[in-house]
Design a protein around this ligand. Structure first.
Ligand SMILES: C[S@@+](CC[C@H](N)C(=O)[O-])C[C@H]1O[C@@H](n2cnc3c(N)ncnc32)[C@H](O)[C@@H]1O
Length: 250
């Protein structure tokens, strides 16, 4: 699974439609602004001594936009991209009501060019682990590097470890770190394999260790400035690893 991997973006659109119908305001349960990456963002903004008023921020896989609104409410100019039209439409309405400066884009980040040398900060809040293929991931990381302004930084929160539900319950994690899910009746993925009489599709790239995550980041051209891991909180039972990095190519 080294080449560009088909990704069924309908998975996300359908999931958001369902969540929004059920009254949720974002991918994960909880209050809109009470999102998991927030304490890290608070600390990193202080640590990096960022003047958010003159900051251009790019939020990759923004979902319903809580990270984008977090930055826009502090004065930053934000670009936010997601493949789910429903998520973006929800985010747009919420931000418009608050007069935030945010450019919302619907698109497949694997296939998009990003503006060159534009952003002081690029954020991956649980987006990159949704992209399974290494070719897609390295293209995205190269695009991020090219889109960073001088001294710009990339902050990421992503899954690392071996999920508790990694076998026997409709999921399994292979040796490469690809997390497979058995297809249910309501799910149609574009790529599937058969194993032990069940049909599985790749849904996440979960690095088995922080070392391999860091190797991927360093190979792409990042220098890691700070990193921390958050203990598992759900059935996936993986660490959420938070990384602050800058590019070596300035
Ligand atoms: C786990 S959700 C996280 C959403 C949001 N960042 C948050 O923290 O709530 C992953 C997000 O990535 C988006 N996504 C996944 N693959 C994408 C792609 N190829 N292009 C654009 N967005 C994508 C999904 O629609 C979804 O909103």
């Amino acid at each position: 699974m080294d080449s560009s991997t088909p990704q069924d973006l309908d998975e996300f659109e359908n999931a958001f439609k369902k969540r929004l119908q059920e009254g949720m305001t974002k991918w994960h349960p909880g209050e809109y602004y009470d999102f998991e990456m927030r304490p890290f963002l608070d600390r990193m903004v202080a640590l990096a001594n960022l003047d958010l008023n003159s900051c251009q921020v790019l939020d990759l896989g923004c979902g319903t936009g809580q990270v984008s609104c977090y930055f826009a409410s502090r004065g930053a100019m934000v670009t936010a991209i997601d493949c789910s039209p429903s998520a973006i439409s929800f985010a747009q309405q919420l931000a418009r009501a608050r007069n935030y400066q945010i450019d919302w884009l619907v698109g497949d980040i694997r296939k998009m060019e990003l503006p060159l040398k534009n952003y002081n900060l690029v954020i991956d809040c649980r987006f990159l682990h949704c992209v399974v293929g290494f070719t897609d991931r390295s293209k995205i990381l190269a695009n991020v590097i090219a889109s960073l302004a001088t001294n710009g930084e990339f902050w990421s929160e992503t899954m690392v470890g071996v999920p508790r539900v990694s076998s026997g319950e409709g999921y399994y994690l292979d040796d490469e770190g690809i997390f497979w899910k058995a297809l249910g009746e309501d799910i149609k993925y574009t790529q599937a394999i058969e194993k032990d009489g069940k049909v599985y599709s790749p849904i996440r790239r979960i690095h088995r260790s922080i070392d391999t995550l860091n190797e991927e980041l360093e190979t792409a051209g990042f220098e890691i400035l700070y990193q921390e891991k958050e203990e598992p909180t759900d059935d996936f039972s993986v660490w959420m690893v938070k990384t602050r990095c800058k590019t070596r190519f300035q």
